[in-house]
Design a binder for this molecule. Structure first.
Ligand code: TTP
Ligand code: MG
Ligand code: MG
Length: 449
């Protein structure tokens, strides 16, 4: 489907946006080497935009003296690197590295404590600018989002590719930071593309070359395949996407369940996920008021488990997931305590909701008696980004697979066909549960997950 009258042989310069009739190496107008050419350049509409070394770039913007210095953002409570500028990365500094190790690799680095409020502000500015391109912006984190630009060419009088290049230029000029753009026909490859040429990158992956391109990439390129799951695959002799491309769908599904099906499709560049806007105003939760007050862990954990399952069931039914887990407690003197934790990835799994809720609950077990317990998730997103196979640990991944299996049994035989150790025989303790759909959780202690 042609979406523009542009000749596919025509490229354009990312610096001055001048169209280039012949695939010259440098721009005919400004001499910039940043000229884009691609057979499908004017057919592709799905973009992923990610800011370059985000926190570090913001700090460099605000202090020109740092421009030529290696900068590391981090420290604080956990003593790890949040991010490092590209100069520091040359020395091997990486996100999540312990700070002492980072400083061993790059002793001359300037270390700056994160200023989250500032980064949120800048992230919001970038997002607002994205929303001027299209209403279909799906934020993924503080510094990145997917954008669907189909149907925007009349508005911008430009094909999506050129609109995106103009956007990157505008972010540099008006906000003072840089972004990288990935353009493709699906979300998976748009995300892969945005990472290919960082910083200030603009990469295009078309339909024609997708399978070939993926063939030589490591399996970790696939969204959700992190360290733990990659190790599982490696044990089975699979390290490259090309190997997945040669496997049967049934074989992959037999080995890895639903994740196998995802591997089958993504390895072939098949990704039907749409760009969705995020509805962050709502939450899904369930709560229970007890017949008598409780302070002991076992009782509260059992109730928490069954409430988590209820929340998860509702999330799954609606194909949504929550990024933040919210625990709510009411003491005997009617004081409400809410505790939040933001997860690495959104979840729709009872197991993750429960375990996150339990760790929040355990800190409140100081002998206080509670008359109400609630659990929920907020920051709702579409379920397609939820629970990547590489959950924090392999045990959690196994429990996730088990949960999917239990869901299937329950779908067929009813909710009580399977009871877990935590809920078995304990459902009578509580009064009928009250649900609170679509309610904003009260603000409570917030902490990074
Ligand atoms: P990323 O987009 O993953 O990384 P980045 O923007 O720093 O660098 P890149 O150019 O590769 O995109 O994350 C965005 C911000 O999130 C990052 O600037 C700091 C923060 N962050 C952490 O605090 N801890 C982490 O482990 C990671 C990966 C990111
Ligand atoms: Mg980034
Ligand atoms: Mg990012």
């Amino acid at each position: 489907m042609r979406i523009s009258k542009q000749d596919p042989n025509t490229g354009f310069c990312r610096d001055c946006l001048t169209y280039q009739e012949v695939p010259e190496h440098r721009c005919v107008h400004c001499g910039s080497p940043r000229v884009l050419h691609h057979r499908e350049l004017y057919d592709l509409t799905v973009a992923h935009i990610d800011c370059d070394a985000f926190y570090a770039t913001v700090e460099k913007r605000d202090n020109p003296e740092l421009a030529d210095k290696p900068v590391i953002i981090g420290g604080g409570r956990r003593g790890v690197v949040s991010t490092a500028c590209y100069l520091a990365r040359i020395h091997g500094v990486r996100s999540a590295m312990p700070m002492f190790k980072a400083l061993k690799a790059c002793p001359q680095a300037v270390v700056i404590k994160p200023d989250m409020e500032k980064y949120s502000r800048v992230g919001r500015q970038v997002r607002e600018m994205m929303q001027e391109l299209t209403p279909l912006v799906q934020p993924i984190s503080i510094d990145e989002a997917f954008l669907e630009l189909a149907g925007t060419e009349a508005l911008h009088r430009n094909p999506p590719a050129r609109t995106l290049a103009a956007f990157a230029k505008r972010v540099e000029e008006e906000i003072g930071i840089t972004v990288s753009v990935g353009l493709s026909y699906c979300k998976f490859l748009a995300k892969v593309a945005s990472d290919l040429e960082k910083p200030r990158g603009f990469s295009v992956i078309g339909e024609a070359e997708a399978v070939d391109f993926l063939k030589s990439m490591p399996v970790t390129t696939i969204w959700g395949v992190g360290k733990a799951f990659a190790a599982t695959l490696e044990r089975d002799g699979i390290t490259m996407i090309g190997q997945l491309q040669e496997m049967e769908e049934s074989d992959l599904m037999r080995r890895y369940g639903v994740i196998g099906q995802r591997l089958y499709r993504l390895s072939r560049g098949q990704d039907a996920r749409q760009v969705h806007t995020r509805d962050s105003a709502k939450s899904v939760s369930a709560e229970t008021t007890f017949n008598s007050d409780h302070a002991d862990r076992d009782t509260l954990a059992a109730v928490l488990r069954s409430l988590s399952e209820k929340v998860a069931r509702r999330l799954k039914k609606n194909d949504i997931a929550g990024h933040t887990v919210v625990l709510k407690l009411k003491t005997t003197d009617f004081k409400i305590r809410t505790r939040n934790r933001r997860l690495e990835d959104p979840t729709c799994l009872a197991d993750r909701i429960f375990h996150t809720g339990l760790s929040l609950l355990e800190r409140e077990l100081d002998g206080t008696k509670y008359r109400l317990l609630g659990i929920g998730v907020s920051d709702l997103t579409n379920a397609d980004l939820a629970d990547p196979p590489d959950l924090v640990d392999t045990d959690a991944a196994k429990r996730a697979v088990a949960e999917r299996a239990i869901d299937k049994v329950r779908d067929r035989f009813g909710r009580h066909a399977v009871e877990t150790g935590y809920t078995f025989g304990k459902n009578e303790r509580a009064r009928p549960q009250r649900d609170m759909d679509a309610v904003d959780p009260e603000k409570g202690d917030s902490e990074a997950g």
